[in-house]
Design a binder for this molecule. Structure first.
Ligand code: C2E
Ligand code: CA
Ligand code: CA
Ligand code: CA
Length: 280
């Protein structure tokens, strides 16, 4: 209510946190376009660490908004808003372009580093998505093999034939497809095996739980075997302790991501920390 008062908005006497929240979101929405254009919206990179080679093989691009008055705004607070309001196309293009532009500068790698970009569910039905992705690859001179698109399990579970065709199209171009937040949706085995995915990304809630829950341990272990049997690389996210890392390693997990390896950081820090590994 305080914020609303500052803005000279009138409130009912029952003004609640929800209303506060609603007005906050509305005003953010109006600022998103300008924020993208003026560089307030930037991209952080979190390392993806390959357990077999012991090398950082790439990163996940995670969008950030540094607002001049409100400070850092979490993507959970503005990505859903952008989805609901039709601004997600512009945001996605911005993240894709930034991520591919940044990764295009890592040139001397023997094995080219891969960058993963998150795709909102709503983007899967955007008519210009394939064109947008191709255009961003071409403009930045990045190979399709260097890009992974992360779609959530629930988005990937769509019965929308168009969305499936789009994923297949990306796949045939050589772009990787990762099923994000795996375990939180209810995809059937039958469905999973039909998906043109290259990577299964186990949700952090399960990963974190393996340290003290035997049943979660069994679940994660069997998910890793399942992913492998379906020909996918398995990634665990939210790895925060060596205990969890060691268990994942014992289960044959391929790649880990999490604060233990590295937090999302600006590109110059990412390359400073990992360039020796990436370009070796
Ligand atoms: P996500 O794709 O599941 O990303 C993983 C989130 O977990 C990120 O939060 C990351 O910073 C956080 N994380 C990584 N390792 C750890 C860890 O060890 N411990 C803990 N506690 N957290 C960890 P972030 O950056 O706040 O992003 C939240 C969500 O916002 C993402 O979840 C994704 O769904 C969405 N998002 C982020 N960037 C984009 C984007 O460019 N486009 C779209 N459409 N969505 C995005
Ligand atoms: Ca993700
Ligand atoms: Ca995730
Ligand atoms: Ca998530």
């Amino acid at each position: 209510a305080e914020r609303a008062a500052e803005r000279g908005l009138r409130w009912h006497s029952y003004s609640s946190d929800e209303q506060d929240e609603a007005s906050w979101r509305m005003s953010l929405l109006g600022e998103l376009d300008g924020a993208i254009d003026s560089g307030q919206v930037w991209v952080a990179y979190q390392p993806k660490y390959d357990l077999k080679s012991g090398m950082v093989i790439g990163a996940e691009a995670l969008v950030r908004w540094l607002h001049p008055e409100r400070g850092a705004i979490r993507p959970d607070n503005f990505v859903p808003l952008a989805e609901e309001s039709g601004r997600i196309g512009k945001l996605t293009r911005h993240v894709l372009d930034t991520a591919l532009g940044d990764f295009a500068t890592i040139t001397s790698a023997v094995q080219r580093p891969v960058v993963a970009v998150n795709l909102s569910t709503t983007m899967l039905s955007a008519p210009n998505l394939v064109e947008m992705v191709c255009d961003a690859l071409w403009r930045n001179g990045v190979l399709p093999e260097q890009l992974v698109l992360e779609v959530t399990e629930s988005a990937a579970m769509t019965s929308d034939e168009n969305a499936l065709a789009v994923l297949e199209r990306f796949r045939s171009m050589g772009i990787g497809i990762s099923i994000d937040d795996y375990g939180t949706g209810q995809s059937t085995l039958n469905y999973l095996k039909r998906l043109p995915a290259t990577e299964l990304k186990i949700d952090q809630s399960f990963v974190r739980a393996i340290a003290d829950s035997r049943s979660d341990e069994i679940l994660v272990n069997s998910t890793i075997q399942l992913g492998h049997q379906l020909g996918m690389k398995v990634v665990a996210e939210g790895v925060e302790t060596t205990d969890v890392l060691e268990r994942l390693e014992a289960f044959g997990c391929d790649v880990v991501q999490g604060y233990l390896i590295g937090k999302p950081v600006p590109f110059n820090i990412f390359t400073r920390n990992y360039r020796p590994q990436i370009t070796e």
